[in-house]
Design a protein around this ligand. Sequence first.
Ligand code: DC
Length: 190
Amino acid sequence: MNWQIAIDGPSGAGKSTIAKLLAKKLGFVYVDTGAMYRAITLKALNLKIDLEDESKYDFLEETVIKFDGDQIYLDGKDVTEEIRSLEVTNNVSLVSKYKSVREHLVSMQRKIALDSNIVMDGRDIGTVVLKDANLKIYLDATLEERAKRRRDERIAKGQEVSSIEETIEELKIRDHKDSTRLISPLRKAE
Ligand code: DC
């Protein structure tokens, strides 16, 4: 079996930074599962479906998500920047709570893991996606530090930013949604 390293934790804890460094050092493939949930959210927004109606997510089967290094492609289009927009960020927790969305992406993630040694980060990697991972890491940081990083990241990309206080509130809302949803909530693996 290939090597599997799972990194879970809330947003802004530093998962993707650590995961990328680790993958580079070990020569493993890095898989950002949050980017996949973001890509589906972007597509749902572009299609202007009612995000609250799970039956409208019937586009999943015909949706193609591909990684190429640090770039992510949605149906052949590079959406690496677009999936980080505030609109996607504010809606991704809603979209990622649906069973159909999760089942579809978890199955894609497991398929990717069959092909190579990987470092995969997300919320449910050690608990659901790769339950038998060789190494499971739960990464966290203080709310203030996470908010500061998220904000700096947006400033560096020239994106719209809110104040530190507002960013903390946004993170709190997302943390709450991600850790209280019914299916695969964010939690530490045993
Ligand atoms: O890691 P991120 O902030 O880019 O993730 C975006 C959202 O996707 C996050 O708020 C919750 C969801 N997500 C998830 O439900 N399961 C994962 N494995 C990864 C992300």
